[in-house]
Ligand binder design. Structure first.
Ligand code: URA
Length: 318
């Protein structure tokens, strides 16, 4: 409990230092915090807890108040309404300024991409949203790639290494790319988000993920558009629901299944929507692998890649 409160206090101090004045907290989280503080104030543990509470209360941190949003209230109202999508219930996301307008210099691709990288990595809002010692993450890969994969957001491994898709989901993505007869270096790999949407990890780095909020996705989208502008891929592959929502618009599709396996369009580029590799990792059945593979076969066809009979039959054996 102490670790959680300390981690939360540190996070709030960091946000305050970064100029964030308000954070959204769901009613559920406020209730959980109240319970923690009440427990800490229990007789018998008074001396230590009073000190901790004073620090907590006196810390110059952003104000934390229950969200006024109706959707947060709906959660507290229990059975009154179905719970809203988890994206709307995500706690601890900072209020962000308007999305940036990205203007790239003219010139060769490499110089434009370097300028973009410098801009994103040093952007004060991106910096304010990564914890100390962790990295803002921009896409990687060939600037002449025909295919650009778009995922959700950096996770624990990615924010340490500063590169997208380097953890378990990334390793599976690399295998998928190799199955297509390509190397990771032949494609471009980016994300909707340039930072890891944070939850206090309380000592467990892998456990601190949450889906990005609509505001966070909207803020980072110009950076993704700019990467598309530089690389000019022939097509995009949206990996999972967040990539779908980020590229094609939140609320346009209720489920990934409605859009998956079909061609859509973003920034003038065809977009194939498929599952996120982590969906396969959770339950790696041949059936699921075949579904994602069928989408990738469509990508290969559209990109004009050679497809062998063997490749056509991948994951058909049940
Ligand atoms: N999942 C993503 O969507 N992106 C990453 O970079 C890593 C995991």
């Amino acid at each position: 409990m102490r670790t959680t409160l300390t981690a939360l206090t540190e996070e709030l101090k960091r946000l305050k230092g970064a100029g964030v004045r308000t954070v959204m907290v769901s009613d559920e989280s406020v209730a959980a915090l109240r319970a923690m503080v009440a427990q800490r104030s229990a007789p018998g543990d008074r001396k230590q807890e009073t000190r901790g509470e004073t620090q907590f209360a006196a810390a110059p941190v952003p104000s934390v108040s229950p969200s006024p949003r109706p959707e947060f209230r709906a959660v507290a109202a229990k059975e009154a309404a179905p719970p809203p999508p988890s994206r709307l219930r995500s706690p601890a996301a900072a209020i962000l300024p308007q999305p940036p307008v990205v203007e790239l210099p003219a010139g060769p691709k490499a110089a434009r991409w370097e300028a973009l990288r410098e801009l994103v990595l040093s952007h004060p809002v991106c910096q304010a949203n990564v914890r100390p010692g962790k990295k803002v993450v921009l896409g990687v890969g060939s600037l002449n790639a025909q295919i650009m994969f778009v995922g959700e957001a950096p996770g624990a491994d990615e924010e340490v290494q500063g590169e997208p898709f380097v953890g378990p989901a990334g390793q599976l993505l690399t295998k998928m790319i190799q199955g297509m007869g390509l190397q990771r270096e032949d494609v471009y790999i980016g994300n909707i988000m340039n930072w890891r949407p944070q939850l206090p990890t309380a000592g467990n780095e892998q456990a601190g993920n949450r889906p990005p909020t609509a505001e966070e996705m909207a803020f980072c989208l110009p950076f993704l558009r700019a990467q598309i502008e530089v690389v000019q891929p022939a097509l995009l592959v949206a990996l999972g629901k967040t990539a779908l929502d980020g590229l094609l618009g939140l609320g346009r599709f209720k489920t990934l299944g409605e859009a998956r396996g079909q061609w859509h369009e973003f920034a003038g580029k065809p977009v194939m929507v498929t599952y996120h590799p982590s969906y396969i990792l959770r339950e790696p059945t041949p059936k699921k692998k075949r579904l994602i593979w069928e989408d990738l076969l469509k990508v290969m066809e559209r990109a004009g890649l050679p497809i062998s009979e063997r490749q056509r039959g991948y994951f058909l054996e049940r």
